[in-house]
Write a protein that binds this ligand. Structure first.
Ligand SMILES: [Mn+2]
Length: 310
């Protein structure tokens, strides 16, 4: 088994002024984090989670590996929040997939309501169960899935990363097959698009991850783009992993250094080259500048609109 094509895209959407999602698309590790918290703390939490996963390396495989990374991310966010009152209470979701190309096992760990899906043999299956209020109400029969989709509290999550010293990680393993297409996304996608529409978009893109990722973000925005939208896609393919595949990245020794903290808490961290949030195709600076201009135009538009509607 080998990992085929992969792509990730994140987008602010049409209603939010900031993007508090972050993602990793670094085979064999793929993840999405959706931050929350006042001011810009959500962004800090999501970036911390993505950063910890990114630097964790993949010498530990499987469920233990993915669980250990998420627990470490929880510890890092919790300690940052304790040390910096401006970020108190911040948290993030995380959904991560770690592929073992030797065995074909795809270990998936998650906390919160970012989801993993699998498109196999033409049918799209939601692999994760949201740790959310509405998901619990659906499983206890209080709400129907249709009611849950429209529920005002549908974004309330019951587990988060970084809000408590301990975290309960849900983890499981899928036995991968050649041709599998995995989708990891923040709730900004499924709250805008039904699973059938997601499946149709994947097929319409001919299952090309890069094309499909852009198409999904565009479709969610056409439906209103009410939240940040992040999509990571990867496929499994027949054959041996290429020899140069970084089967075991040796992580740089990471001390709890204060430098990233200062960088991330700078007034405009999105223009920092150390930014861990991958905006668009990765051209961070230019896209950040563009996002700033778009945000300015949106604010100007809102001011005008309020002026007119008064
Ligand atoms: Mn979200």
């Amino acid at each position: 088994m080998r990992i085929g094509r992969a792509a990730g895209v994140t987008d602010t959407g049409r209603r939010r002024l900031r993007n508090e999602d972050a993602f990793i698309c670094e085979p064999p590790l793929f993840a999405v984090a959706d931050g929350m918290g006042g001011a810009r703390a959500g962004e800090v939490a999501a970036r911390l989670a993505a950063g910890v996963l990114e630097e964790a390396g993949v010498e530990t495989k499987g469920e233990q590996g993915v669980t250990a990374m998420i627990i470490e991310a929880n510890r890092r966010i919790w300690e940052r929040a304790l040390a910096d009152p401006a970020t108190a209470g911040m948290g993030t979701t995380v959904t991560a997939a770690l592929v073992d190309t030797d065995s074909g096992a795809v270990a998936i760990g998650h906390v919160g309501d970012s989801r993993a899906y699998l498109l196999r043999a033409g049918s799209l299956e939601q692999l994760t169960t949201d740790h959310s209020l509405v998901a619990e109400l659906v499983s206890s029969g209080v709400l129907t899935p249709e009611e849950a989709e429209r529920h005002p509290q549908r974004s309330a999550i019951t587990r988060a990363l970084g809000t408590e010293p301990e975290v309960d990680v849900e983890v499981f393993t899928i036995t991968g097959e050649p041709g599998d297409l995995y989708l990891i996304c923040s709730d900004g996608l499924p709250t805008m698009l039904a699973d059938s529409a997601v499946a149709a978009a994947l097929e319409a893109a001919d299952r090309d991850p890069a094309v499909a990722a852009e198409a999904l973000v565009a479709a969610a925005n056409r439906q209103g783009g009410e939240d940040n939208i992040t999509v990571v896609l990867f496929e499994l393919a027949e054959g041996e992993p290429p020899a140069h595949e970084p089967a075991a990245i040796v992580p740089e020794p990471v001390v709890d250094d204060p430098v990233p903290q200062e960088r991330e808490l700078e007034p405009e961290p999105e223009v920092s080259p150390a930014s861990l949030s991958r905006h668009g195709a990765g051209a961070g600076g230019r896209l950040a500048a563009l996002a700033f201009i778009v945000a300015a135009v949106v604010i100007a538009g809102l001011v005008l609109y309020w002026g007119i509607s008064k």
